[in-house]
Design a protein. Structure first.
Length: 298
């Protein structure tokens, strides 16, 4: 009732008065938006900036100066050289890159084929399969960790690259739903026209469906790669061998051995952070475009 009265009062106000009122509300909303955005940026980027400054300082300079003070020279790269050598960051980068590439290929093939079948075909137990996929998203992964560990150990892939690969490829259920949203926008008439020309389902998928799913594939590949680069739990649990260390696990081992060398630790953190940050910054427009295309049905 009060809302109806307020709306009625606004209608009775002169047009210039209503315009000024709406303009003030918009200004207040913009101020609140920019203040919150600035606070979030400060909370995120100030710690990173402090680590960057610390990576170019010596331990003595780091102890004697304020964390917010600039280093004497940004050409002091001894910390980065030491972190690369002593922290085995180069080997970690190679293993991380291999995991990212193989996982993205596996996700791309399994995700697109599964979504194609679930979207285009009608068969028994289809609703139950979709329900099982949804349940796997609801159940916390850590509650099934013991069973998963025993299964991978029985398969003989423990302490190999195969263990995290199976996990990364087989547990990303969200991608199936994103692919299915994209498939909703692809007309079934394309499939029917290709079938009239004698194309098989495999040919339809390879020549029509898969190319049209490339925007979603690019989006999911970028998100997946950033997730894998930053993951430490799976990689440390299933690949304890030092030869299989990734960037994340290399940094953990480096911290345990050089905990007193804060400057070199800062350099190691920046080295681990850079690949994911650069990858995300370069391809962020494809991420937002892919998510928006998948969220809006045609």
């Amino acid at each position: 009732m009060e809302r109806a009265l307020s709306l009625e009062q606004m209608r009775k106000q002169p047009l210039p008065s209503r315009t000024r009122s709406m303009g003030k509300q918009r200004i207040v909303a913009n101020i609140v938006y920019y203040v919150l955005f600035t606070l979030m940026a400060i909370l995120i980027f100030v710690p990173i900036l402090l680590v960057v400054f610390g990576s170019f300082k010596t331990n003595l300079e780091l102890a004697e100066t304020s964390p917010f003070s600039l280093p004497k020279s940004f050409l002091h790269i001894d910390n980065y050289v030491g972190a690369l050598k002593e922290g085995n960051m180069i080997r970690g980068l190679g293993n991380s890159f291999l995991l990212v590439v193989l996982s993205m290929l596996g996700n791309m093939l399994l995700g697109t084929m599964t979504a194609f079948v679930l979207n285009r075909f009608q068969f028994r137990m289809k609703k139950w399969i979709l329900l099982l996929f949804m349940m796997s998203m609801i159940i916390p992964a850590y509650t099934t960790e013991i069973a998963r560990f025993q299964l991978l150990h029985t398969l003989g892939v423990y302490n190999t690259l195969g263990a995290p690969l199976l996990i990364y490829v087989g547990t990303d259920i969200m991608q199936i739903y994103i692919y299915m949203q994209f498939l909703e926008k692809i007309s079934v008439q394309l499939d029917e026209s290709a079938m009239l020309d004698g194309a098989s389902y495999a040919r339809i998928f390879r020549s029509i469906i898969f190319p049209l799913l490339l925007p979603a594939t690019a989006t999911l590949a970028i998100l997946k790669s950033v997730t894998i680069m930053n993951d430490i739990f799976v990689q440390q649990l299933y690949m304890p061998d030092k030869k299989l260390a990734t960037l994340a696990t290399s940094l953990t081992a480096f911290v345990s051995t050089r905990s007193s060398d804060l400057s070199m630790l800062c350099a190691g953190i920046i080295i681990v952070l850079l690949p994911s940050a650069i990858f995300y910054i370069v391809f962020q427009r494809y991420i937002f475009k892919g998510l928006m295309d998948g969220a809006v049905k045609g």
